[in-house]
Design a protein around this ligand. Structure first.
Ligand SMILES: [Zn+2]
Length: 139
């Protein structure tokens, strides 16, 4: 029996998509999950420290490191071996809301259904909801 998949927090609604080589036939494909895409976005594009990025996604630093490593390996495989990249195959986009701590100003993300808000930084309960992402299909 496998462990149940833990919920991970993804900041943006990332639509499943595919990348293909344009000048030759793809030599097979790799599948990148939405978690992996979000992890490399935080680590490589936003240049976040793994500890912070892990907190944003709601996973441990070790788990975050594993997700990033897995994503890098798949992307390298795709580029080096001319493979198609399929992102978020069979995955649904997830909704999150941004919460801001009125006490210290920290901003973080939680699932939209989440109602217990406590600042991960200063533990204050005085928070406001900044933004709610739109659901799948809405523009
Ligand atoms: Zn705070």
């Amino acid at each position: 029996m496998g462990r149940p998949k833990k919920y991970r927090i993804v900041e943006y609604l990332l639509k499943p998509t595919n990348f293909k080589p344009t000048d030759r036939k793809a030599n097979g494909y790799v599948e990148i999950t939405i978690d992996e895409l979000e992890a490399i976005r935080l680590a490589d594009l936003e240049d976040m420290y793994q500890e912070n990025a892990a907190r944003v996604m709601g996973v441990s630093r070790q788990t975050f490191g594993r997700i990033v490593k897995s994503a890098h390996a798949k992307i390298a495989d795709a580029i080096v071996n001319t493979k198609e990249i399929k992102i978020g195959k069979d995955e649904k986009c997830r909704n999150v809301k941004l919460i801001k701590c009125i006490n210290c100003g920290k901003i973080w993300r939680v699932p939209i259904s989440y109602s217990m808000h406590k600042c991960p930084e200063c533990h204050a309960k005085n928070v406001e909801v900044l933004r709610i992402s739109k659901s799948e299909g809405e523009k």
